[in-house]
Design a protein around this ligand. Structure first.
Ligand code: PEP
Ligand code: MN
Length: 347
């Protein structure tokens, strides 16, 4: 931490700040200029609030120079984290992975068809919510465990992995046998009890950015999972709420390279929730990959006009095929490749 004292602050004020820094465990280095004194606190006490120093008498400004996310920070694993799935798919490597499927699991037929279509398009993961966080309690809430069974069956038939949302601690245990990756939704990014519990499971987690979360808050939420011992973690930018109303959210593409710089964790982009309108999803998907995303999470529905949730942002199957083809052409420009379709992996 750096504490810059006000010009001509008194010796008493300076001593007071130094005492508090020492009390917290800082090793204090004092630089006294003609008018201003700078105090550099070296060391990282477990708990300290920089704001406490900002309001001490005689202090001009105080800055934290070490981050609070020790395990999520890039420095913890400079080479980057690779999350490996049972069928050999790796997230965080050279290959960009595609996770696609409907917003919600609606029926066996809908999921089987979706699985076939996303596998054909070149996805490695089947997405779909069995437990749905809906803004209205009267909206479709998902099929629950029955939906998980349907997903597993369809994913196995087409060689896909299953990613689906977990909304509460009690769902973790029943989900374990059906899924390959837990998705923590935007609304639960700061459900710290859930995050803590996911730190204790030994299955990958995709943590989505909250609708009003800063990048630092995303990383602190990641820290909850990592500090429990689960390092199989990926982050996902899915748009944040801004004053703009044309799109459902504002897809913060810049968060992708920022996160890649600040953390070793793989970063995905979800352009579907990012913009909320189907025609805008392909350009934002391309932008996310151009910006360095390690993968994409996207909604596709066999019949979007009849979808029980998020139909307007769900791609038509043919659109997903065309998008993946474009992504294959774009990827080499950013030194990446698109992972081969699972049908090829299993061939
Ligand atoms: C979803 O992926 O369907 C979803 C609910 O996403 P988010 O949590 O980003 O809103
Ligand atoms: Mn959705």
């Amino acid at each position: 931490m750096i504490v810059a004292m006000q010009d001509h602050s008194t010796d008493e004020q300076i001593q007071n700040v130094i005492e508090r820094m020492v009390e917290l465990g800082f090793n204090v280095h004092r630089t006294t200029g003609a008018v201003q004194t700078i105090l550099a606190g070296v060391g990282t006490p477990a708990h300290f609030e920089v704001t406490e120093f900002q309001v001490l008498p005689g202090v001009h400004q105080a800055y934290r120079i070490s981050s609070q996310y020790k395990l999520a920070g890039r420095g913890f694993r400079p080479e980057g984290t690779r999350v490996t799935f049972p069928n050999g798919v790796v997230v965080g490597g050279e290959e960009i992975v595609i996770m696609a499927g409907p917003c919600s699991v609606e029926s066996r037929d809908q999921i089987r068809l979706s699985a076939q279509q996303v596998a054909t398009a070149g996805a490695q993961f089947l997405r779909g919510g069995a437990f749905k966080p809906r803004s209205s309690p009267y909206s479709f809430q998902g099929m629950g465990v029955e939906g998980l069974k349907i997903m597993r069956e369809a994913a196995d038939e087409f060689g896909l992995l299953v990613i689906t949302e977990v909304m509460e601690i009690s769902q973790i245990e029943p989900m374990l046998e059906y899924i390959d990756c837990f998705q923590v939704g935007a609304r639960n990014m700061q459900n710290f009890n859930l995050l803590r519990e996911l730190g204790h499971v030994r299955k990958p987690v995709l943590l989505k950015r909250g609708i009003a979360a800063t990048i630092e808050e995303v990383l602190l939420s990641a820290e909850y999972i990592l500090s429990g011992g689960n390092y199989e973690l990926m982050l996902c930018e899915r748009g944040i709420r801004t004053f703009e109303t044309y799109t459902r959210n504002t897809m913060d593409i810049s968060a992708i390279p920022v996160l890649k710089k600040l953390t070793h964790l793989p970063v995905l982009g979800d352009p579907s929730h990012g913009v909320g309108k189907r025609d805008l999803v392909p350009p934002m998907a391309l932008a996310a990959v151009a910006a360095g995303a390690d993968g994409l999470l996207m909604e596709m529905h066999p019949n979007p006009d009849k979808a029980m949730s998020d139909g307007a942002q769900s791609l038509f199957p043919e659109q997903l095929v065309q998008l993946v083809e474009k992504l294959r052409r774009l990827a080499p420009i950013v030194d990446r490749t698109i992972a081969p379709a699972v049908s090829q992996i299993h061939a």
